[in-house]
Design a protein around this ligand. Structure first.
Ligand code: 44T
Length: 854
């Protein structure tokens, strides 16, 4: 090939000559032919290389070859992905984007790969670009909505909508700046709001750092839109990496930050402030008796915090963190061993466990019952670096808390007061009229321990790995100490009442320490939603009945056909007459599922489970054994998947599945991705008379007026936030469907009855559609702001489970309308319900309603 770079560039004649160059033309056409041939032969790697060559040499073929090129790229990328050649995969996408930089399909597809690999920021960038190129491109839109929740957490919205909080921060910053704090650093600036407050208050220099790329970029946009781009220096970095003078020219006199989570320390505020005091802040003000050497000193807003706790009984927490039932779907759970949620707090750090989870106590379905008065767990002064540093070496604090009413000890709930300065504070308490969550420390160790009014609960408080740790260790009852710490009771001494002989107790404690490693390995971790599912007896009972019905139907059918077997002998491939005794059930539920075992326990059924984790497989095997299910009747098909030809195929011989169990709805309240694709595949793999569970899903919804949902979905109102223009920027990350909702406790007015929105038929594709117009009548006047929706999952004609039921492990989702819709009682609201690739979208309008705001 002649040396292309030796030719003169940018010359028309040269370009014309290039096209006319016969050798080049020859190469292009033979490469194009090879590309097409390789594509036909499904040799995507070679086809891709040929296409690259062709399109680089002859860009005029771009239009002609675009579709095939994309197809080749996607196929080749799939192959590279499946063998883990990730770098090569992204190289291919980059080459493709060099050729087609404005191709929204390639951008979106690259985003999908990035997302799966965990590069969420980059993925979001690609989806965003694709959407800008083609705003009506549904794939990119759905993908963008999916990442938006990750990138910009929803609390940004209700934080910016919380005027009380905003004003308190603003006033505290204003006071500090006016009292001489002239140089300010905002740690974890988010949208830039606190930094802008400092600038507006007159600070001479303002710096702001932000760890997340998306938030940093958003802050840049916001700061520019507010005309402060020259006066606030934004840094995309973690404060812990900042240095003087590299990143900021000198130490500052004020640090403002709101890097606190529901458990106060979870965003690393202690570490950030220790670092800031050592490297970024001027020295603090000395005590009154000490000499003031420096005129300007450093300080922090918030100045400190007080943490409170309270023991609670709460069924909702209980069922998400420990096994509460002894029998599920006809199976005894006695042999399950210890199952726990990943949220567990002991005084010693354990990386595999989260010490707390978060909930809004006020919104927990079924409510909660306080078992102690709120107590002060900790006081911390953010302006005292010694105190911050000493936190992790503070002695474990032991509190004795009088029990105020009888109830089962399910959790310690924790909240705090954030002291912005000496005059003003914010509270995240459960009684407050704000939407802050509380930290929940579930109690595992005392299964079903009932506290009584004259008891005292002993709680130990420590701060080990920068997390605050709260542990219920014992109960004082009638002068005796009852240990709640499991390792010192049933698992070791077997006696929950404390040993009257302290020496013996010490020995037993030592014995436990020695076996500690084995002990900790002894339990099996289930996600909170998996635990709640396991505790849902109705769900399992429904499956048990539906499976039982199907199995007896198939057996009857088989027996009837048995008499006509001879007639079919001529056709040995005919499965419907294969009357070997066994029926085959495949459970493709995500995560831990007992359904395969329930199927196997029906007798003469071989069930295949998709449970992947070893510990969880062991639990199922133990349960099989203890429930007299032969080990041969339960198989973990993913263990053999390498030998098999992909998903959903039965790993033995030619026989087809009697039943396939699909997991249809995600815990967050959305339909699982690719559900309908999986259902069509599953249909092909069923024996005659076989069944997909569920056979049908019916989506229900209701018109509601809920301000809460609006406040959590977007920055509301036309008014600027503290005088700043922030809403239009952050609202780009608004999503139309709100997930993880507890509809039963959502503050809202119901404006209609519940109504059927959509039906998905998993057994019959022909019954499906993608758009449906639903009319629903308003039962009272109001503003429709959202349409919460949920599902009735029909296992067969008679048996169904609802995702809205009290013991459901599912949450609900809600379509939040872009503009509230005014309705009068009796108005008919038209809902356009769409299903695109398992994603439901809903829009609404009122016909001829004078009050309509659409
Ligand atoms: N907390 C509200 C919201 N970051 C903030 O990337 C407050 C929640 C809240 N950036 C109860 C009470 C309240 N250096 O964007 C995030 C994060 C960033 C940092 C740079 C650092 N060292 C950090 C640490 C975090 O800061 C932003 C905010 S932190 C998230 C919580 C009454 N529950």
């Amino acid at each position: 090939m002649p040396n292309a770079s030796a030719r003169p560039k940018h010359s028309r004649r040269a370009r014309r000559r290039r096209r006319e160059d016969p050798a080049r033309n020859e190469l292009v056409s033979s490469s194009l032919e090879s590309a097409q041939q390789c594509l036909f032969n499904q040799d995507y790697g070679t086809a891709f290389v040929h296409y690259l060559l062709v399109l680089n040499l002859a860009p005029m073929f771009k239009d002609f070859a675009k579709e095939s090129f994309r197809f080749t790229l996607f196929k080749w990328a799939e192959e590279l992905d499946s063998v883990g050649r990730i770098q090569d995969l992204f190289d291919c996408y980059e080459r493709a984007l060099e050729l087609f930089p404005a191709d929204e399909v390639i951008l979106n597809s690259m985003g999908e790969h990035l997302f799966r690999m965990g590069f969420r920021d980059e993925a979001a960038g690609h989806f965003h670009k694709a959407l800008k190129l083609r705003p009506d491109y549904p794939e990119a839109r759905e993908n963008f909505y999916r990442v938006a929740n990750w990138l910009v957490e929803r609390w940004h919205f209700f934080m910016l909508n919380d005027h009380g909080r905003n004003q308190k921060y603003q006033q505290a910053i204003q006071k500090a700046v006016q009292s001489g704090c002239n140089t300010v650093l905002d740690i974890g600036t988010g949208t830039g709001i606190l930094g802008m407050c400092a600038k507006k208050a007159g600070a001479a220099e303002v710096y702001a750092c932000e760890l997340s790329k998306t938030m940093y970029e958003l802050a840049c946009e916001v700061v520019t839109a507010n005309g402060m781009d020259g006066s606030i220096k934004l840094l995309h970095m973690k404060s812990l990496e900042m240095e003087v003078p590299k990143d900021i020219p000198h130490r500052v006199s004020l640090v403002v930050t709101e890097t606190v989570d529901a458990g106060l320390f979870g965003e690393g505020i202690i570490e950030s402030l220790i670092h800031a005091w050592h490297h970024l802040l001027l020295p603090p003000q000395r005590g009154e008796n000490e000499l003031r050497e420096q005129s300007v000193t450093g300080r922090v807003i918030p100045a400190g915090a007080t943490v409170f706790g309270m023991a609670v009984e709460c069924v909702e927490i209980r069922r998400h963190h420990r096994l509460c039932v002894s029998e599920v779907g006809g199976l005894s759970m006695a042999a399950a061993g210890e199952l726990r949620s990943p949220v567990s707090c002991s005084s010693e750090p354990d990386d595999s466990m989260e010490p707390y989870t978060t909930e809004r106590l006020s919104r927990l379905p079924g409510g909660y019952k306080p078992l102690t008065e709120p107590f002060t767990a900790l006081n911390i002064d953010f302006n005292n670096v010694q105190e911050l540093e000493g936190l992790s070496s503070r002695e474990v604090q032991r509190l004795c808390l009088p029990v105020i009413q009888e109830g089962e000890l399910d959790a310690l709930a924790v909240w705090f007061q954030l002291h912005l300065d000496e005059d003003s504070s914010l509270s995240t308490g459960p009684q407050e009229d704000t939407c802050w969550e509380q930290a929940i420390y579930p109690v595992h160790s005392a299964k079903g321990f009932v506290l009584k009014p004259r008891d005292e609960l002993i709680v130990e408080i420590s701060c080990r790995d920068a997390y605050l740790r709260l542990c219920s260790v014992a109960v004082l009852r009638d002068g005796h100490e009852i240990r709640l710490d499991k390792r010192l009771d049933s698992s070791c001494s077997g006696n929950p009442i404390s040993n009257p002989n302290p020496e013996a107790e010490l020995c037993s404690a030592l014995a436990c320490l020695q076996t500690d490693q084995n002990q900790t390995k002894d339990f099996c971790i289930l996600e909170c939603s998996e635990m709640a599912l396991l505790n849902n007896q109705d769900y399992h009972q429904s499956f048990c009945s539906a499976l039982g019905k199907l199995i007896s139907q198939l057996r009857v059918k088989c027996q009837n056909q048995g008499s006509s077997v001879e007639l079919d002998l001529a056709d040995p491939g005919n499965n419907s007459t294969d009357c070997s005794d066994m029926l085959y059930v495949l459970d493709v539920s995500e995560g831990f599922s007992l359904l395969s075992l329930i199927a196997a326990s029906q007798g003469r059924v071989k069930a295949y489970s998709s449970v992947e984790k070893n510990k969880q497989q062991e639990v199922l095997k133990r349960l099989a054994h203890s429930n007299n299910v032969s080990e041969q009747h339960l198989e973990f098909w993913l263990n053999h998947v390498e030998d098999e030809q992909g998903m959903l195929q039965r790993p033995s011989r030619e026989k087809l599945w009697s039943a396939i169990i699909l997991d249809c709805v995600e815990t967050c309240g959305l339909i699982r991705q690719k559900l309908m694709e999986k259902a069509s595949l599953a249909r092909c793999l069923l024996e005659e008379g076989g069944h997909i569970f569920p056979e049908r899903i019916v989506v229900y919804g209701m018109l509601v007026e809920s301000d809460t949902l609006l406040l959590e979905s977007a920055v509301q109102g036309q008014e600027p936030t503290l005088g700043f223009n922030i809403a239009p920027f952050i609202n780009q990350f608004t999503v139309p469907v709100h997930v993880f909702l507890d509809f039963s406790t959502l503050e809202c007015r119901h404006l209609s009855e519940s109504v059927e929105l959509f039906v998905l038929d998993l057994m019959d594709t022909n019954a499906n559609y993608t758009n449906r117009e639903v009319k629903v009548q308003a039962t009272s006047a109001g503003r429709v702001t959202a349409i919460p929706f949920w599902y009735h999952i029909h296992l067969d004609q008679e048996i169904s489970v609802s995702t809205l039921s009290q013991n459901s492990h599912w949450k609900q989702a809600a379509a939040v309308l872009q503009e509230p819709l005014l309705v009068r009682a009796g108005d008919w609201v038209h809902l356009a319900v769409k299903l695109h690739k398992s994603t439901i979208s809903i829009s609404a309008h009122v016909d001829n309603a004078p009050g309509s705001m659409e």
